[in-house]
Write a protein that binds this ligand. Structure first.
Ligand SMILES: Nc1nc2c(ncn2[C@@H]2O[C@H](COP(=O)(O)OP(=O)(O)O)[C@@H](O)[C@H]2O)c(=O)[nH]1
Ligand SMILES: [Mg+2]
Ligand SMILES: [Zn+2]
Length: 320
């Protein structure tokens, strides 16, 4: 009988890949062959990611990850400003749940827009969760909610403290594999703990939020929730740069620009310097929120500066 089994990657750390095989999590070492197998993989920083379906050999000690099965999709970014390779944060996911706190830490439209743009690029459905609604007044909350609903993206308002929005969040997660992404301190662990008492994810202390480099979660981990959901808790990544977006495609990552862009004077208008740009006019008139346009311009500039990937072996910390 073959000792090869198929399993799901629950977590990766510096040494081991934690693979769920027949309901049990085993630690396995990736085989050398997985590094630099083909041109695609050589440009990836990590050959195995959370959510991957892998073949493991349980006959060796430690067990070995022999093969990564074809992926349905990935959530990826450029590894860091010093490492242009693709970093796969999760594979085989149904949606990305973007948790943004409305206060403490302050809501970041730039962070939210970057991950949303990545979801458009990678064809991943996204949901925005606006957490800590107890900390802001209605006007502030509604302005942010409207910005995302007009894209359109579904928005759920939550408070991990008093339970508002948790039923809606539970139904959104049920039956799916979701990446839960957000700033350190946004309340990801608090929300997951509230949905499943006993999960016992570590909750960050408020005083640590602004202490750069200190995060309670330092690796992505897949959790199975008893109501029938799989969630991948991600570390508090600061800068999310989508991988492999050509300059000409950046504008497509902001779907609400589309209905205006037909009226731009130039059919290939980049919406950042051309005269008679209908997208720019829409920003001026308030039809497109200025925060969205600012994120777009920043990502466009970044795409223009991105050099083609180079082969680099040096390890980089996950967070930046
Ligand atoms: N006021 C308020 N505080 C919250 C809420 N959700 C989380 N927090 C607090 O925010 C801090 C960070 O939460 P945590 O779950 O560790 O955030 P994570 O880094 O995204 O996992 C903790 O002190 C929580 O108690 C909320 O809805 N309202
Ligand atoms: Mg956390
Ligand atoms: Zn234009």
């Amino acid at each position: 009988m073959s000792s090869l089994k198929t399993g799901v990657v629950m977590r990766t750390d510096a040494k081991f890949v934690h693979v769920e095989v027949d309901g049990v999590v085993v630690q396995a070492a990736p085989r050398g062959v997985l590094f630099g197998m083909d041109d695609v993989r050589r440009e990836q920083k990590n050959p195995v990611a959370v959510g991957d379906h892998v073949e493991v050999d349980l006959a060796t000690t430690p067990a070995g990850v022999e093969k990564v099965l074809p992926r349905k999709n990935t959530l990826s970014r450029i590894a860091s400003s010093h490492d242009p390779r693709e970093q796969v944060l999760a594979a085989n996911v149904d949606q990305v749940v973007i948790v943004g706190s409305l206060a403490k830490p302050k809501f970041s439209s730039n962070r939210t827009d970057r991950i949303l743009a990545t979801c458009v690029w990678q064809h991943l459905p996204a949901v925005v969760v606006l957490n800590k609604i107890d900390l802001v007044d209605d006007d502030e909350f509604e302005a942010i909610r409207d910005t995302y609903e007009q894209i359109p993206v579904p928005v759920i308002a939550t408070c991990a403290m008093d339970g508002r929005g948790l039923d809606e969040l539970r139904e959104t997660l049920r039956g799916k594999t979701s990446v839960v992404y957000g700033a350190s301190g946004a309340g990801k662990s608090s929300l997951l703990n509230a949905l499943q008492p006993g999960l016992n994810l570590k909750i960050g202390k408020i005083s640590k939020f602004w202490d750069a480099g200190k995060h309670t979660t330092t690796f992505s981990q897949l959790h199975r929730l008893a109501f029938g959901a799989a969630v991948i808790d991600t570390p508090g990544i600061r800068v999310f740069r989508p991988y492999g977006v050509p300059v000409a495609n950046v504008r497509d990552l902001f779907p609400e620009f589309e209905r205006h862009s037909k009226r731009c004077h130039f059919p290939d208008c980049s919406h950042d310097h051309e005269p008679e740009c209908a997208v720019f006019d829409a920003v001026e008139s308030g039809d497109i929120p200025a925060s969205r346009y600012a994120s777009f311009v920043e990502m466009l500039d970044e795409a223009r500066q991105t050099k083609p990937p180079v082969d680099e072996v040096e390890g980089e910390p996950l967070e930046e």
